[in-house]
Design a protein around this ligand. Sequence first.
Ligand SMILES: Cc1ncc(C[n+]2csc(CCOP(=O)(O)OP(=O)(O)O)c2C)c(N)n1
Length: 318
Amino acid sequence: MPLTPERLQDAYRQMLVIRKFEEAIRSLYQQGKIRGSFHPCVGQEATAVGGCWPLRKDDYLTCTYRGHGQAIAKGLSVRAAMAEMLGKATGCSKGKGGSMHFTDPSVGLLGANAIVAGGVPHAAGAALSSRLQKKDNVAIAYFGEGAVNQGVFLESLNLAVVWKLPLILVCENNLYSEMSPSHETTSVVETYKRAEGFGFEAVQIDGNDVEVVYNTVETVAGKARAGGGPFYIEAMTYRLWGHMMGDPEIYRTKEEVAKAKENEPIGRCGKRLIELGCSDADLTRLDAEAEAVIADALEFAEASPAPLPADALTDVFI
Ligand SMILES: Cc1ncc(C[n+]2csc(CCOP(=O)(O)OP(=O)(O)O)c2C)c(N)n1
């Protein structure tokens, strides 16, 4: 189903929910209510919504520590995500995982992963399981361009092609790996060319255009379901906030970030909706609806209990 103008309004609101989720987390972090680290996806909301929305609930997803947006776009309850951030028992990982370990098998979210490239072999494994069981589920893995130099990434690409897996790899190329510009660490910075070298059908797209991302993933997901996988998508985007809370951001200029803001996905989607006939009042309403989702999730999470000490080892593999 294509992104109709009505559905594009939903996508706009969903991107706003993700943006506001990150803003709320930053505020909680500054109040000392969040333990552990937090890697915001502000500026990268279009890859999350455009990539996850064409998929089915029972398709598989793996993401990185920067995956709040993808988890929510795939169907993770915002309440459960917020509660997880606050370490509450009602969180999606019962408050024991935090930001970097969002998980919800009921929506296909196999897990976020703190290890760079760690989710790629997991998604490949899920895609293999789908094929071996003669199911038509696909698996999507998100990662940053820094992941492409990891050994396990290259091993996964190789076998994905050999085994023709129903796998969709989405590289969110935001130009920096932590504090290192990609061109200082990577021999071929256009990562889709590497994937082509492994035999992938690979494209580079505008990752800040939610319609482009959606249409691309919808097309390749259909092909992958029919046995035509795997596929590689390099989505060009930009991380508007620091790598993590406390990042002094000395590796890029304020001018560069200001320029990137002109191209950020939510503003662009808003302009597109106006072109399609929406009014400013429509956009304000969508914003208020997104705000209400976050207010509800915050209230729920703040009121939720902490995990019990007696449950410390429940669900934990040791
Ligand atoms: C195997 C491994 N090595 C190093 C790290 C430390 N580390 C955390 S994030 C990161 C940068 C990854 O950059 P990229 O893959 O481009 O993703 P982005 O953070 O830009 O989303 C590094 C090196 C890690 N988590 N895992």
